[in-house]
Ligand binder design. Structure first.
Ligand code: FAD
Ligand code: UDP
Length: 371
């Protein structure tokens, strides 16, 4: 591959595919590459050997408060409504997560109403000011016992760090409720692509101005390709050859399993195991996809230090290291860094979509100004 092109997009996940589509629709010629053998990035889904639609890189549930993002993606997919529910295994009970009124009543064998649960939290909470870490967030809202039962060990397992070593934003993803709402998310839009994420990405990239090449690593071609502009969505430290040292990303190992002649394995989409097992959670895909099948497929997530980069690790020293890379990135006039790995942000899919739409707008307006 030795040639010159106008736009090279590195990575065909949400970030790269959306930028590619926007540029192509504005009449630009785009080459998009991914080192994996498929598009869709971590949202990639596929039918397993038993015909069940699974998410290879762990469960991906779409939720957003931004109608603009749903409208944009609706060009490439229809949707099915899906509200995710999660139970956490604590003291041999399966209890609603996020913690709500039923969690408290069933755990402590109480019969509190909403005001009673509110008063309960007021009594047990350990006020923190300022709220700096993930430990602060949870202690400040529900106190030590619930912290230890639901958050402490899960977080240690997931991140290899104590909650006191992680930024507040990590645990703050999980609300605490006094009502009986047992949905994992409360966003106004909670939908799954009707025919899966991969199909949605294939349609997004099916454009005469887009050439897709999978199984191509940027590192292997970067010296051969002359691109007018590069949109880079891989890990930012890798782009700069780790010149300031490695930026920590948390990895996972996914253990997929099919259970024949088992229509349903668990009552809800995901069961979290804060205190038992080396894995954090089990997800049963049929809940997410609504697929009818005589068997079922599940995935267990085992957190790991090494491996594919899945999570940026939000804590001050990592943010400081990221900032050093970001300064270098700002000097690369012809490169845009977009997405969860390139921006080192614990972004959900809709946030990456929003960042990608904005990046595409910036590139197009800049290029217009130059022309
Ligand atoms: P990615 O999807 O990681 O895409 C980046 C692509 O770049 C990858 O395909 C990679 O192969 C490619 N690449 C990297 N380096 C190179 C290179 N050198 N050359 C070529 N290609 C390269 N979000 C939600 O909203 N809801 C969820 O339920 C949810 N669940 C998640 C569960 C797990 C286990 C994980 C890990 C994430 C989850 N997310 C979820 C977050 C979601 O995956 C991301 O927000 C989104 O996929 C990020 O898109 P991206 O394009 O930035 O990155
Ligand atoms: N968390 C926890 N116990 C749980 C669920 C979540 O301690 O039962 C904490 C944990 O630190 C986790 C974070 O909250 O990493 C965010 O959870 P979320 O389910 O949003 O994680 P993701 O789906 O992004 O892996």
């Amino acid at each position: 591959m030795s040639h010159s092109i106008d736009y090279l997009v590195v990575g065909a996940g949400f970030a790269g595919s959306i930028v590619a589509e926007r540029l192509a629709s504005a009449g630009r010629q785009v080459l998009i590459i991914d080192k994996r053998p498929h598009v869709a990035g971590n949202a990639y889904d596929e039918y397993d050997a038993h015909g069940v639609l699974i998410h290879r890189y762990g469960p991906h549930i779409f939720h957003t408060n931004a109608p603009r993002i749903v409208e944009y993606l609706s060009q490439f997919t229809q949707w099915r409504p899906y509200e995710h529910r999660v139970l956490a295994e604590v003291n041999d009970q399966l209890l609603p997560m996020p913690i709500n009124r039923d969690t408290v009543n069933r755990l402590y064998r109480l019969d509190l109403d909403e005001a009673g649960v509110q008063a309960f939290f007021e009594k047990v909470r350990e006020p923190r000011d300022p709220v700096r870490t993930s430990e602060d967030v949870v202690l400040n809202s529900v106190g030590r016992d619930l912290y230890e039962k639901f958050f402490m060990n899960y977080t240690r397992k997931q991140w290899g760090l104590d909650p006191s070593e992680l930024a507040a934003g990590v645990a703050a993803r999980i609300p605490v409720r006094t009502n009986q709402d047992d949905r994992y998310f409360t966003d106004s839009h909670q939908v799954m692509p009707l025919h899966g994420y991969t199909r949605m990405f294939e349609r997004m990239l099916d454009h005469p101005n887009i050439r897709v090449e999978v199984g191509v690593d940027f590192d292997a071609i970067r010296d051969q390709v002359q691109a007018g502009h590069i949109v880079y969505t891989g890990p930012i430290d890798a782009y700069f050859n780790y010149c300031f040292g490695k930026l920590p990303y948390r990895s996972l190992r996914f253990e997929h399993e099919h259970l024949a002649d088992t229509p349903q394995y668990q009552a809800v989409g995901t069961v979290n195991y804060p205190n038992r097992h080396a894995y954090t959670r089990i997800t049963e895909f049929k809940h997410l996809t609504g697929q009818a099948h005589p068997g079922t497929s599940i995935v267990r997530e085992y957190p790991e230090a090494e491996g594919d980069p899945y999570y940026p690790i939000p804590r001050p020293e990592n943010e400081a290291l990221f900032k050093r890379y970001q300064e270098l990135a700002e000097q690369e006039a012809n490169v845009s860094f977009v997405g969860r790995l390139a921006q080192y942000r614990y972004y959900n899919m809709d946030q990456v979509a929003a960042a990608a739409l904005k990046a595409a707008e910036n590139i197009l307006s800049r290029m217009k100004a130059v022309a």
